[in-house]
Write a protein that binds this ligand. Structure first.
Ligand code: ATP
Ligand code: MG
Length: 161
């Protein structure tokens, strides 16, 4: 059983350092005393690291990232990782979670192996959780408060009392 606040704390420290270096605004809203979730701590850390890492690397300078814990839906706790970067176009969205799949834009501009989300998806499924992705059907390089952006929500089952 694990506490989302405890798991997120060290990850947010390093995310803040990278955000500062990349001149990104990182907003964190982590509620304390949330219901505990049923998860493998090591695996969950890896999942969160991969998704936060994506937000930090695909969001252009000046962009904004929000990391939030405190969503609840049908006995699941959700961790939201949202950015106002380029977004993921529909043709890429279909393939997310496939091993070595990289977005068309990412392939040419930002290094990576295309494994981060495939690993995240597999680990979350092993924990009986879910990953949701929201991204509007645009692929613009603009970053403004109303830029398209990407939102991931990682849902984990709450511990039953
Ligand atoms: P790595 O294995 O180093 O993580 P990667 O980041 O390319 O490589 P994934 O993390 O699996 O691989 O992501 C797959 C693709 O999804 C990326 O190549 C990118 O096109 C797209 N993507 C993921 N997260 C975002 C995001 N926050 N904003 C825009 N595109 C994203
Ligand atoms: Mg990645």
């Amino acid at each position: 059983d694990c506490s989302l606040a405890d798991i997120l704390e060290p990850l947010l420290i390093s995310a803040k350092a990278i955000a500062q270096e990349r001149k990104l605004k990182l907003i964190t809203e982590i509620q304390q005393n949330l219901p505990l979730v049923r998860a493998n701590v090591k695996a969950l850390r890896e999942v969160l690291t991969n998704i936060i890492d994506n937000a930090l690397k695909y969001t252009p300078t000046g962009g904004k990232i929000l990391i939030q814990a405190g969503q609840e839906k049908a006995n699941f706790q959700g961790i939201v990782i949202s950015d106002n970067g380029p977004g993921i176009p529909p043709q890429d969205l279909e393939h997310l979670g496939e091993r070595h799949y990289r977005g068309v834009q990412a392939q040419t501009e930002i290094p990576g192996t295309g494994l981060g989300l495939a690993i995240a998806k597999q680990l979350i499924e092993q924990m009986q959780g879910k990953i949701e992705v929201f991204s509007p059907a645009i692929n613009s390089k603009l970053t403004s408060p109303d830029a398209p952006g990407t939102t991931f929500i990682i849902w984990l089952p709450e511990v039953e009392n």
